[in-house]
Design a protein around this ligand. Structure first.
Ligand SMILES: [Fe+2]
Length: 313
């Protein structure tokens, strides 16, 4: 690729990457959801709607165990098992990662408190990849900014024991969490309560634990979301949340994604983070599309300039 082609793609953001999905490219399959209403903007508050995934053939015990075994053999880096607590408070501490044979751990979830996350299941199995694309395309029919494509997307299967808690954290994207078995109560907090410095740390590290819990953020809580089997919840970008399982084994599917605007805002935050590292205090990133676009282009240009000089971007 010529320097000029690379320059054009980098500045205009035209290069396709893993996780970029054309949401209008495929015939509609499903429906997998009910009750989705048309939205011109990506909401900044959670909302709940129905899913039809509880009887989907990919979520039988046999099919889930097949996926777990395939992940163990072919993609162990995508498999995460944690020893979780059922105690009252440590929603605010990350559980310890442990070894384990995933099929055996899954079969013992009812009695041995564990949390299994199979990351990017779309990379492990083509049937799950088809379902993940169908879900994104269906969501995009309702949420206008998801058209004509979403970016940096992925699907995550979460299998967890009764009554366990998932610590307070924020994800670096927006997502739809679909409950397939069991019940979860999800506590979601407004992203506007997170400081600019914390947001910059989140997008730089992609470490979900860099947003610290404080009593202050409890004032920014939305009403708790009760998610039963057959229900899905939209979780806004950068909105911290924590989860408590109900009294049954839980099977959930999370599909995360960026829109063009949220990716450009992420780049704008990364630009500010880099400027701060050089002793400059940049103005806060606003919500205006032009401003965010200019900042994103500046970061892309900066990255390209570094690469042309043989330095990492
Ligand atoms: Fe999360």
């Amino acid at each position: 690729m010529s320097v000029f082609s690379d320059l054009r793609l980098r500045l205009l953001g035209g290069r396709s990457r893993p996780g970029d999905v054309d949401t209008g490219a495929m015939a509609h399959v499903g429906p997998h959801f009910d009750g989705l209403t048309a939205r011109d903007v990506v909401p900044d508050a959670p909302f709940v709607f129905r899913n039809q995934l509880t009887e989907h053939p990919l979520f039988t015990d046999e099919r889930l165990e097949w996926l777990l075994d395939r992940a163990r053999r072919r993609s162990p880096e995508l498999l995460e098992i944690r020893e979780v607590s059922t105690d009252a408070l440590p929603g605010y501490g990350r559980a310890r990662r442990v070894d384990g044979e995933p099929v055996a751990v899954f079969r013992a979830l009812a009695t041995c408190p564990r949390w299994i996350n199979v990351q990017h299941i779309e990379r492990i199995d083509s049937d799950f990849a088809d379902l993940y694309r169908e879900i994104l395309c269906e969501l995009a029919q309702s949420i206008a900014p998801m058209r004509p494509r979403v970016l940096d997307s992925g699907a995550f299967l979460i299998l967890s024991s009764p009554s366990v808690q998932v610590h307070f954290h924020a994800d670096p994207d927006q997502s739809v969490l679909s409950q397939i078995r069991g019940h979860k109560r999800v506590y979601v907090y407004a992203a506007s309560a997170v400081s600019e410095l914390e947001l910059e740390a989140l997008v730089r590290t992609e470490d979900q634990g860099v947003i610290p819990w404080s009593s202050r953020i409890e004032r920014a809580a939305f009403p708790a979301v009760d998610l039963h089997a057959g229900e899905s919840a939209f979780l806004p970008i950068y909105a911290p949340h924590r989860v408590e399982n109900g009294p049954e084994v839980s099977v959930s599917l999370s599909v995360g994604f960026h829109t063009g605007m949220s990716r450009r805002r992420k780049l704008a935050l990364l630009l500010n983070d880099r400027l701060r590292g050089r002793g400059v205090t940049p103005p806060r990133v606003g919500q205006g599309a032009v401003e965010v676009g200019v900042r994103a282009a500046l970061l892309r240009g900066w990255n390209l300039s570094r690469r042309l000089r043989g330095r990492p971007s």
